[in-house]
Write a protein that binds this ligand. Structure first.
Ligand SMILES: Cc1ncc(COP(=O)(O)O)c(C=O)c1O
Length: 388
């Protein structure tokens, strides 16, 4: 057997497996496990979008598209961003990618040289840190706290900036915390960035999923921030299109052109079928977004109420579809809590430290499951807590 370990690139050899995956491989080996772990809508893609995908295949649209994506789709993305969030972009400032995931990768690769520092508010989505490491960058964790509703504080940002800081990842609404940042909070962050050359990757994939009186404000719309911000978004969450693998980035034309150059070599273009479906999603499915959002909202309230009632304190998340309760009252750490919960009650939730060390003491619960599923899982969690 060949010893591959000596052949692997250092950046890949040193890449840690995702904490989410590691935990789910334990859960997968057991029977009757109820999972609250996977961050994807339980809805099907809206019918008009599915039909458009099918129709495009039947019409023989099975070839590559332009690298940056179908021109009509890029124009429609810009219409959509303006209509929903008042963001002003033209088709030349948009690249269609294979999920928001690819857009994150392209953006980090476009800016980060080996040794450059990338500021990442944590707990957060696992890809930013990993991709930064893959390109030889240095991830710098900015700890966010429950008492601040997991918002990035301008003081923490200011304290972390060094001459090597290249990029700030701005991941709101947040996976895993459900935290959001309102306009006044964005202004405070912008104040710190003004006068620096730091670029911003604003991951707004959950922009459509905000609750109560919170309406998403894009970081790019804050005065002076347009020229330094790349906005990542996609179809997975808002349109329940995870499996279609389609996303996009918008930003300054020069930046998008360079991101597109990487995309050209690595992917050529995103799926033609998915692009055709997404075009119709943008044109015809605003109402579907609202139906799903309202439904997530009622599940959110149910889950938050029940968790607090059973003694797992959680702040009221205003975005995405996750709740991030503290499990500190149990005296266990996140890994121990999750392992015992799955072994003793067959409920899988994700340990908070999968999203950065500062997530220890919390777990992530995803509420985009049916009410019956959620109720059964919460009942079991309650029994678990009573048994301690
Ligand atoms: C914060 C965040 N950004 C980006 C993504 C990537 O989504 P996709 O590649 O499906 O568009 C996810 C998926 O879970 C996410 O939670």
């Amino acid at each position: 057997m060949k010893d591959y370990s000596l052949l692997f690139a250092d950046s890949v050899r040193n890449l840690k497996p995702s904490g989410i995956r590691r935990f789910f491989s334990i859960a997968e080996e057991m029977e009757d496990v109820i999972s609250l772990g996977v961050g994807e809508p339980d809805y099907m893609t809206p019918l008009p979008a599915r039909q458009a995908g099918i129709a495009s295949l039947e019409a023989g649209q099975t070839k590559y598209t332009a690298n940056a994506g179908i021109a009509e789709l890029r124009a429609e993305v810009c219409n959509y961003l303006d209509r929903r969030f008042g963001m002003r972009y033209t088709a030349d400032q948009c690249v269609i990618t294979v999920g928001g995931s690819e857009a994150i990768d392209l953006c980090i690769r476009t800016f980060v040289n080996p040794g450059d520092e990338v500021l990442i508010p944590e707990p957060s989505f696992v890809a930013y840190d990993a991709i930064t490491r893959l390109v030889g960058g240095v991830p710098v964790s900015l700890v966010t706290k429950e008492e601040d509703e997991f918002r990035l504080s301008p003081q923490a940002l200011k304290a972390a900036i060094t001459p090597k800081t290249k990029l700030l990842v701005f991941p709101y609404p947040s996976n895993p915390t459900g935290g959001v940042m309102r306009k006044e909070h964005l202004e405070e962050i912008a104040d710190v960035l003004r006068g620096t050359d730091i670029m911003v990757l604003s991951d707004e994939i959950y922009a459509e999923l905000t609750y109560g009186d919170t309406h998403h404000v894009s970081f790019s719309t804050i005065e002076g921030m347009y020229d330094r911000t790349v906005v990542v978004n996609g179809f997975s969450k808002a349109y329940a299109m995870t499996g279609w693998r389609l996303g996009y980035a918008v930003g300054p034309e020069e930046v998008i052109a360079l991101m597109n150059r990487i995309h050209q070599y690595v992917l050529m273009c995103a799926s033609t079928t998915a692009q055709r479906a997404a075009l119709v999603a943008l044109q015809e499915c605003d109402e579907d977004i609202e139906i799903m959002r309202a439904d997530y909202d009622s599940r959110r309230r149910m889950v938050v109420d029940r968790l607090n009632a059973m003694g797992l304190h959680c702040f009221d998340p205003q975005g995405a579809f996750y709740v991030f309760p503290s499990i500190q009252s149990t005296g266990m750490n996140s890994q121990e809590f999750c392992e015992r919960l799955v072994q003793e009650k067959r409920v899988a939730v994700v340990p908070g430290d999968a999203f950065g060390d500062c997530g220890d003491g919390f777990v992530r619960i995803c509420y985009c499951y049916s009410v019956e599923h959620l109720t059964e899982a919460l009942n079991r969690m309650e029994e678990f807590l009573k048994s301690l």
